[in-house]
Design a protein. Structure first.
Length: 279
């Protein structure tokens, strides 16, 4: 999808680049939407756990079928829609019995295409979903399950996809975009192809107000604060107090490992994203 730069009618419009995408302009399917209370960076106690979140436009949450467990029934794409809750676009599927579901729109599909999901081997076609054991090696896939039947968890953002590099019995090895190589069960479902809207990364915000529409609040640099507010605050000029970059609570912010050594899924990682092989 090409990036479009419109003729600016305001000063901020000179820096605005957007995707030129042919999407539906009608309202989303009512039966597949629900109200979405955004937490604005707060936890269940009302305390801020993720800073610089809040405001933004109201959104309806689209219920997406990440399980694709209606096996053996071909579904027709009847619409491609925008989703304000994620970077990927949505494809509205209609089954022969009249049921409609949303899925993440794969790269290269169009209205009128038919897609199929199965727990056995089916046609190799972009958008079809089947277990990793039946997919050829070297294929790029998305919406991959981490546990069979639990729904897609890996590769769900715009343009993302993982590479199937090997299958050894009940285990399959996936190479993630970060370079990490991870094991999952070969019976886990995956969708062939990459997620659509790959040019999302090339689009620009254009102006500060558009960030506020998205619910992103301004970010104040630590060196611009007072010493009471941040470890890097205060001092004459741009000094950081002689310390390494850190969060307001002293957590190192550049290269400090924060992953727990006791995390259960550590055993499923063969090679970390820095290229270090796990012993």
């Amino acid at each position: 999808m090409p990036i479009l730069q419109q003729k600016p009618i305001t000063p901020s419009g000179r820096f605005y680049l957007k995707n030129k995408v042919e999407l539906s302009k009608k309202r989303p399917e009512k039966a597949l939407t629900k109200g979405h209370h955004r937490k604005k960076g707060r936890n269940t106690y009302g305390r801020i756990t993720s800073r610089r979140r809040g405001g933004g436009h109201k959104r309806l949450y689209r219920t997406i079928d990440f399980r694709r467990n209606k096996f053996g029934e071909s579904a027709k794409i009847i619409d491609l829609e925008y989703d304000p809750n994620r970077t990927a676009h949505l494809a509205l599927l209609e089954y022969p019995d009249g049921e409609k579901t949303y899925i993440l729109s794969p790269e290269g599909v169009s209205i009128g295409d038919t897609l199929l999901s199965s727990d056995t081997k089916i046609d190799f076609k972009v958008g079809n979903s089947m277990p990793l054991a039946h997919i050829p090696l070297g294929t790029k896939v998305h919406c991959v399950e981490m546990l069979p039947g639990a729904g897609a968890k890996i590769a769900r953002t715009a343009g993302s996809g993982v590479r199937l590099i090997s299958i050894d019995g009940a285990d399959a090895s996936l190479k993630l975009p970060s370079g990490e190589i991870r094991l999952v069960k070969s019976s886990c479902l995956a969708t062939i192809g990459a997620v659509g809207n790959g040019s999302h990364q090339k689009s620009t915000i254009g102006k500060a107000g558009r960030s506020r529409w998205l619910g992103r609040r301004p970010r104040v640099r630590g060196v611009a604060m007072n010493p009471v507010d941040h470890p890097m605050g205060g001092g004459e000029g741009r000094t950081s107090g002689g310390g390494h970059p850190s969060s307001p609570w002293g957590q190192l912010s550049k290269g400090f490992p924060t992953r727990k050594k006791s995390k259960p899924s550590n055993s499923q990682i063969l090679v970390r994203r820095n290229g270090r092989r796990i012993k």
